[in-house]
Design a protein around this ligand. Structure first.
Ligand SMILES: Nc1nc2c(c(=O)[nH]1)N[C@H]1C(S)=C(S)[C@@H](COP(=O)(O)OP(=O)(O)OC[C@H]3O[C@@H](n4cnc5c(=O)[nH]c(N)nc54)[C@H](O)[C@@H]3O)O[C@H]1N2
Ligand SMILES: Nc1nc2c(c(=O)[nH]1)N[C@H]1C(S)=C(S)[C@@H](COP(=O)(O)OP(=O)(O)OC[C@H]3O[C@@H](n4cnc5c(=O)[nH]c(N)nc54)[C@H](O)[C@@H]3O)O[C@H]1N2
Ligand code: SF4
Ligand SMILES: [Mo]
Length: 726
């Protein structure tokens, strides 16, 4: 007997609904898009379609591993946890412990619900994550402008008349910090209804090819370009404010230094194009500016992310339909008691400021290598592969080898986890519940969907249980973590005026919660207390209701809600936060600088996902390979053929060339997440490629956020076989 089940795809930010067919043995026999999902409406991509192969990959770990020298031994769970405890007991000072949380934590219930308690239990400030290799500039800009790092406006994709998109390629990535299943279809619909799409990218990507206009920009210079647009709005009297703001005069002052003629040379975008973009943005009935990873992982990432929302504000488009809007997720984040701040503490070695409670992953190697009080000797990684994904990952590869003890929670033995003393594998995807606590906060329509586990755990702990157990080991406190958290949340809610449960009895409310696991009960609580919840009084949302609606629930289009979202001390939008404006000097200082002759950027491929889907046969090969895209003019100028040697300040690689006129002259592109030579993942090893993060530089960061810089890395390129004096 086969069965048909529905669940959310956990692989990227698009949160598509999937319909799976399972045979009697619980094996996936087919995966289709779920036509009844009100948000994704049947959309699916090749990754979602291969979920079955991934779920049953013979190379994935099923039991814990303990490393003894170079040998791995499969052990039972109790032995594995005892080994972790023994490793941690050897640490005299918790300041010597560190944790790294990788990208899949943003997709899993375990990451959302148990990451923070684990950090607290470990009691260290050495907290690192993929966020400082990704979107930290956006959190810092939003935190300082709107008072909350998660107050991130998204383009109102389905209604906007004009979309200016920088450094994003949703036709490959399916979107990021903008949850929108079938992003390609939504962009086509925008154009079909007479809207205009402009894409700014050093490559003519598939997204750019679909747009009305593609603008080539020199890597790393988006902040100049955006300032040029802001300058024009002021110069031509095109500013229309729809909200009261602080700092308008400071923004106008700062923008004076960046007239279009001055930034044209640096950005490669002609002055008349910059002026026209400003006029178009101002004239559009509604418009949104949206910028992603190409602009975040850059030297001026925070300035660029800030200017994106400055433009949304200055054109009157923030918080209005068709503009840039704040989603209202069903498990809405709580209020912040203190104003958002960055730099509350600094890293030990380089003195880099904390943001969102994290230190930059760009300095993790320093903390492991540098002796002294607080030197990191014990590391936990959860769902991360920083050896391939962090800037100058090659250095981390060596640094991890020097740790006293390392624990990894991961389904693969890979470039990072090979250094662990203990690897704890999560169960199969189909054995886990799924709710997108994080990603639904960035959705272009309000929506909720819960996927319960489809298969039993068979004695193996869930990932939630693994993380909770690690927290118990680290804190030394026994007890039920979930019931503790539930008690705390209920206590706060019953003491908060207007919470819908003010003055009610905690035990009584606790007894009303449903759910098979602690995670489900916490979800039920958050839904009931959330803006559509049955307790908050504005709806009837609960776990039960989501279980009764397995295709998901549409909660309506985005609505203006700035008043609810703003958490700044002034109660106004802070258009010119001092910590950001301070960095404008650095930008000005480089305005006249001659750009390097050749710079390196990254790219994504539809069938890839950072470093960890290269072991799924149907996804690798063909156009999804690790090649260096280079303009034919550069190939000819440098006398290259077939392969070339790329050198940076940090390392060198020999790579196959892919000449294409879709990339600007003077720019080359190499995807990240490759470099699987010698991997125990058999398919990935056959498609090894090289790691671009051998070349990237951990000493360069976006200053306000500490974010890594992956785009605009200076490199030189020479034919293979030519010996260059170093
Ligand atoms: N298929 C696939 N999907 C993914 C992922 C994946 O690896 N593969 N990863 C997921 C993750 S973790 C994330 S964060 C998202 C990212 O989602 P996106 O931000 O859409 O990521 P990319 O496809 O890398 O698009 C970035 C674009 O920026 C361009 N670019 C590079 N440098 C610059 C610059 O200086 N300025 C400008 N304006 N553009 C520049 C690149 O050419 C590229 O086209 O994708 C997610 N989805
Ligand atoms: N040069 C360059 N470098 C980049 C980028 C770039 O554009 N260019 N992009 C950056 C970005 S945006 C990101 S987000 C980071 C990603 O950085 P990381 O998060 O460090 O890297 P991933 O490749 O996503 O690694 C995910 C790991 O989690 C494991 N995993 C997958 N699912 C699960 C699960 O459910 N549970 C557990 N426990 N483990 C799981 C996988 O096996 C893999 O080891 O890379 C960054 N690095
Ligand atoms: S677009 Fe993303 S969420 Fe949708 S099927 Fe593909 S990988 Fe899964
Ligand atoms: Mo990312």
């Amino acid at each position: 007997m086969t069965s048909t089940v529905h669940r959310t795809c956990p692989l990227c930010e698009a949160v598509c609904g999937l319909t799976l067919t399972l045979d009697e043995g619980g094996h996936v026999t087919s995966v289709r898009g779920d036509k009844d999902d009100p948000f994704s409406k049947g959309f699916i991509c090749p990754k979602g379609a291969s979920l079955g192969q991934l779920d049953e990959d013979p190379d994935r770990l099923r039991r814990p591993l303990i490393r003894e020298g170079d040998l791995w031994r499969e052990v039972g769970w109790e032995e594995a946890f005892a080994a972790v405890k023994a490793g941690l007991d050897r640490v005299a000072d918790r300041r010597s412990t560190a944790i790294y949380l990788g990208n899949p934590n943003a997709h899993s219930m375990a990451g959302a619900l148990y990451g923070a308690p684990l950090i607290r239990a470990l009691g260290t400030r050495n907290v690192y994550s993929a966020s400082t290799a990704d979107q930290m500039p956006k959190h810092v800009a939003s935190g300082l402008m709107f008072g909350h790092p998660l107050a991130i406006p998204v383009p109102d994709l389905d209604r906007t008349d004009y979309l200016l998109m920088l450094g994003a390629n949703p036709l490959e990535s399916n979107g990021s910090l903008c949850t929108a299943p079938d992003f390609p279809g939504r962009l086509k619909a925008l154009r079909a209804r007479g809207g205009r799409l402009v894409v700014v990218d050093p490559r003519r990507t598939r997204t750019a090819a679909l747009a009305d206009e593609h603008v080539f920009v020199r890597p790393g210079t988006d902040a100049y370009l955006l300032f040029g647009i802001v300058h024009t709005l002021f110069a031509e009297d095109l500013v229309t404010l729809a909200h009261q703001v602080n700092g308008l005069a400071e923004v106008r002052e700062a923008a004076k230094h960046f007239p279009p003629e001055a930034v044209a040379r640096r950005t490669g975008v002609p002055a008349e194009v910059i002026v026209r973009l400003a006029r178009e943005l101002a004239a559009a009935r509604t418009a949104a500016v949206y910028a992603r990873i190409g602009t975040c992982t850059a030297e001026f990432g925070t300035l660029a992310q800030w200017l994106v929302d400055v433009l949304n504000v200055l054109t009157g488009n923030l918080d209005r339909p068709g503009g840039a809007m704040f989603p209202k997720p069903a498990t809405e984040f709580g209020a912040r008691r203190k104003p958002y701040a960055v730099g509350r503490w600094k890293s030990r070695v380089r003195g880099l400021p904390e943001s969102n409670g994290e230190l930059p992953v760009a300095t993790l190697a320093d903390e492991i290598e540098t002796p002294g009080e607080g030197q990191v000797t014990f590391l936990i990684t959860v769902a991360g592969n920083p050896v391939l994904s962090a800037p100058h990952g090659a250095r981390l590869d060596a640094a991890f080898g020097r740790l006293d003890f390392m624990v990894s929670v991961d389904l693969y033995l890979n470039e990072t986890t090979k250094h662990a003393n203990v690897i704890l594998p999560p169960p199969r995807m189909l054995q886990s519940g799924h709710y997108d606590f994080t990603l639904l906060g960035f959705a272009v329509r309000n929506y909720a969907r819960y996927s319960p586990p489809l298969l039993p755990l068979d004695g193996q702990p869930s990932e939630a249980q693994i993380l909770a157990r690690l927290a118990v080991i680290a804190s030394g406190l026994e007890g039920d973590l979930d019931e503790f958290v539930i008690g705390e949340m209920l206590r706060k809610a019953t003491e908060t005026p207007g919470s819908g449960v003010e003055g009610r009895d905690v035990a009584e409310l606790r007894a009303e919660l449903e759910g098979e696991t602690g995670g489900e009960r916490r979800l039920d609580l958050m839904l009931k207390l959330g803006p559509y919840g049955e307790w908050a009084g504005k709806g009837d949302l609960s776990l039960r209701k989501l279980l009764d609606n397995p295709h998901g629930l549409d909660l309506g289009p985005l609505e203006p809600r700035l008043g609810e979202v703003l958490k700044t001390a002034s109660g106004l939008i802070e258009l010119a936060p001092p910590q950001i404006v301070e960095d404008v000097e650095r930008l000005r200082g480089k305005l006249e600088e001659d750009p390097p002759e050749i710079v390196l950027i990254g790219r994504r491929h539809l069938r890839s996902n950072n470093s960890w889907l290269h072991n799924v046969g149907p996804l690798v090969g063909g156009s999804n390979t690790c090649t260096l895209q280079i303009n034919p003019a550069d190939v000819a100028r440098l006398g290259l053929d077939g392969e070339a040697v790329v050198r940076s300040a940090k390392g060198q690689l020999t790579v196959p060339l892919e000449p294409t006129d879709t990339i600007m002259p003077g720019v080359v592109s190499l995807p990240h997440g490759w470099g699987h030579a010698g991997s125990s993942q058999s398919v990935a090893a056959e498609h090894a490629g090289v790691s671009v993060n051998t070349l990237t530089d951990e000493s360069t960061i976006d200053v306000p956020s500490g974010n890594a810089v992956f785009n605009g890395v200076p490199v030189t390129i020479s034919p293979t076989g030519v010996i260059i004096a170093q």
